[in-house]
Design a protein around this ligand. Structure first.
Ligand code: BGP
Length: 459
């Protein structure tokens, strides 16, 4: 075996509540911001397919977990839905808690380590109405929700994640208009980012102070910024992109403070939110036990080609333009570059510059359109996905060989799932979901992944 991993290495998959559960309106669940967004703007969703149309994990979890067991995965990350567990935002729904307990138990019985995320994009709409991540009240409520989850499931769950990709609802909701509440306003974005970090930090501190068993961390989507050239203007463009999109959450999460260069830049443009010393102390004290990294693609940038209109709304894009590198390899379905070296660069950066924190790759995968064109004898022959995972795993292996504390790899995703704004356009699963009858069929990648896990490595 040329690329062998350690015996306890996590080989698993990741998913999220909203993307798998369905039954949005069943039981006592109240709408999340996604249910509301679909209600008011269905045209924003691919083929007008909304969050109700998932594969029904809320009911089919036993069968799906059996498939995971057959594939041999030893760990699985999914999230809890706050709006389902605590429909009014504050009080537990006993039936929902019992069902989540059963799902977690079922995973454990199958020998699959549950990694539970508290917030994967789906803020309860009632909390959104209270101001969402702009409101201090919502931070308090989130901490109470986190505490309820620790109390309810702490005897079963040893690995918690506070937020999945906290920057995405900030970018989507307040900068680039693709998540509810569909705004473009940097001041709100900065406030929402800070409040999310504070909510994360308070949950982490509570977890540690109350001495709950297990570990807690955060999942960040890291997109390393690569400059077009070594010219100082291009290098500066990449540095600023990195400050906005990676270090804005990475530094406070791992080092307890915001990058000085980001603070100086925001101050210069009069965009620095006013925050209290007490809140900064809370963030400073919150140390995560582990980090999850979601990696899909790099960010290539160049110095801006046009002058900034100083009267236009302040945006991170004032400092760089996207760069289309000639010869880049693309996943054209998603419009994302395929660059396995990026995962190595991230792990190496974490090793050299962030105390080599224990880290796992919490999402990595490839979403492809019209996969039916690859069906042979009833099975999707997704050689491109096998190649994608393989190349990324080799890069992970190289980073580990050089000393990275990476302890796992989770593929996005196990069974094709509903993908926020893209519905079922791009399929990510190791299993194909037939939308006509909801049947799950292993793709070639599922068998390949099973063999990889069995051998604990690849040749
Ligand atoms: C990540 C999210 C996932 C998932 C994935 C694929 O950012 O954490 O929830 O959706 O990206 O992206 P998409 O569904 O937009 O293709």
């Amino acid at each position: 075996m040329r690329y062998r991993f350690t015996d306890n290495f996590w080989f698993g998959c990741a998913e999220s509540a909203t993307q798998t559960e369905g039954f949005c309106a069943a039981g006592g669940k109240t709408p999340s911001n996604w249910d509301h967004a679909f209600k008011i703007s269905p045209h924003r969703f691919f083929n007008q397919t909304g969050p109700e149309e998932t594969r029904g994990f809320w009911q089919n979890y036993r069968e799906d977990i059996q498939l995971m067991r057959e594939t041999g995965i030893n760990s699985y990350r999914t999230s809890l839905s706050w709006a389902r567990l605590m429909p009014d935002g504050y009080h537990l729904d006993e039936a929902a808690a019992a069902r989540y307990r059963d799902i977690i138990l079922c995973l454990k019985e199958a020998g699959i380590e549950p990694i539970i995320t508290l917030m994967h994009f789906d803020l309860p709409f009632l909390m959104q109405q209270k101001g969402g991540w702009l409101s201090a009240q919502v931070i308090d409520a989130f901490v109470r929700y986190a505490e309820t989850c620790f109390d309810q499931f702490g005897d079963l769950v040893s690995h918690w994640i506070t937020f999945n990709e906290p920057i995405v609802p900030v970018e989507g909701g307040y900068l680039y208009d693709f998540h509810y509440p569909f705004k473009r306003d940097f001041a709100s974005a900065a406030r929402a980012a800070f409040n999310t970090q504070l909510a994360h930090a308070r949950a982490v501190n509570l977890f540690h102070e109350r001495r709950y068993a297990g570990k807690i961390g955060i999942v960040l989507n890291l997109t390393p910024s690569y400059p077009r050239s070594e010219h100082p203007a291009d290098v500066y463009a990449a540095e600023v992109a990195d400050l906005f999109f990676n270090k804005s959450f990475l530094e406070p999460s791992l080092n307890g403070r915001y990058p000085e260069k980001l603070i100086a830049l925001l101050k210069h443009y009069d965009q620095l939110p006013v925050v209290s010393e007490d809140d900064l102390q809370i963030i400073a004290h919150a140390r995560v036990d582990m980090l999850g990294v979601n990696y899909y693609h790099p960010r290539r940038v160049q110095a801006r080609q046009t002058a900034i209109n100083p009267a236009s709304p302040f945006m991170p894009d004032w400092f760089f333009d996207a760069y289309e590198m000639p010869g880049r390899i693309m996943n054209t379905s998603r419009g994302w570059e395929i660059y396995p070296q990026g995962i190595y660069d991230i792990l190496t950066d974490l090793r050299l510059n962030y105390g080599n924190i224990p880290v796992f790759i919490s999402e990595n995968g490839m979403g492809v359109e019209n996969e039916e064109r690859w069906i042979e004898a009833g099975q999707v022959n997704d050689a491109y996905r096998i190649d994608f995972i393989r190349q990324h795993l080799i890069a992970v292996h190289q980073a580990i060989n050089e000393g990275s504390h990476c302890f796992g790899y989770h593929c996005w995703t196990f069974i094709d799932n509903w993908s926020w704004l893209n519905g079922y356009k791009n399929r990510y699963g190791l299993y194909r979901l037939d939308l006509k009858n909801m049947q799950r069929t292993p793709k070639a990648s599922a068998q390949w992944y099973a063999a990889l896990i069995k051998n604990n490595g690849l040749n």
